[in-house]
Write a protein that binds this ligand. Sequence first.
Ligand code: ATP
Ligand code: MG
Length: 297
Amino acid sequence: MNYRDKFRIKPGNSVKLDKMDAAFKDKHEDQTSALVETEKYTHRLRELQYLLYAEDKRSLLIILQAMDAGGKDGTINHVLGNMNPQGAKVYGFKVPSAEEAAHDFLWRIHQAAPQRGQVAIFNRSHYEDVLISRVHNLVPKKVWSKRYDLINDFEKSLVDNGTHILKFYLHISKDEQLRRFKQRIDDPTRHWKISESDYTEREYWDDYTTAFEDALNSCSTEHAPWFVIPGDHKWFRNLAVSQIVVETLEALKMEFPQPTVDIKEIKTRYHEAVEEDEKNGENVNTKNRKKKQKIES
Ligand code: ATP
Ligand code: MG
């Protein structure tokens, strides 16, 4: 199944998250068969990222948003973690610092936008400025309501400058969030992940849902689409995200750049260098043999 088509929010659509099945797993009974496909995609992802880097013409920006425990970290680890770190960077956007807060909301985001040949992954993003900022009235409505257009214009300017943008909303159910909170309690190695805000924010689930729906409806554009990924099954989420990223990169029809040197001539020089080296090697060996004979006699 083509997940790029299935999970993309078409511009003009009106998303209702509670109508979207967070536990969808396509034809897969469990993770066994899905894992085989995911591995195929993550392997290909690494090759395509190498090509993006070599081609040095464009960049890729991947944005991850979700409710708490929605799986942003897991997606980065299991899917995007397969990329070569030389060409990929992850940025986590937390509560803005005093300096960041003293600028416009896109200031810190723009600085993290990927340069040519690179992939940037945003763990949270400028969308927080129409999510938490809206849910908790951090700014008045007349401020946040203008941000959807500002975001679309900003993303368009990145796209016009050669950045491809993919935005994933990892969709989990409220029950699944609670199950993941329990896992965190039961597993001492996950205790560090627990925060008070997980529980306080959960009380605002419906407000966040409305805010997410508005962001998805207002900002899923042809140039920077949103995808709603069913996230209750982590293994299905990984499969869907990896397929969408790979198919997007495949569609770019990237090519290795033409060599900057004359390969025929370089081959000749290589053979000359090998011959030279062999000659020198012989000389050194002959000298060493003579030295050895002298010492022994
Ligand atoms: P984890 O899933 O591991 O808990 P996290 O992304 O939730 O990771 P935290 O440090 O728990 O990381 O939370 C970061 C917090 O920063 C979130 O509550 C988020 O809403 C908040 N935040 C991010 N951007 C902004 C913003 N622009 N304005 C206000 N708060 C923001
Ligand atoms: Mg958190």
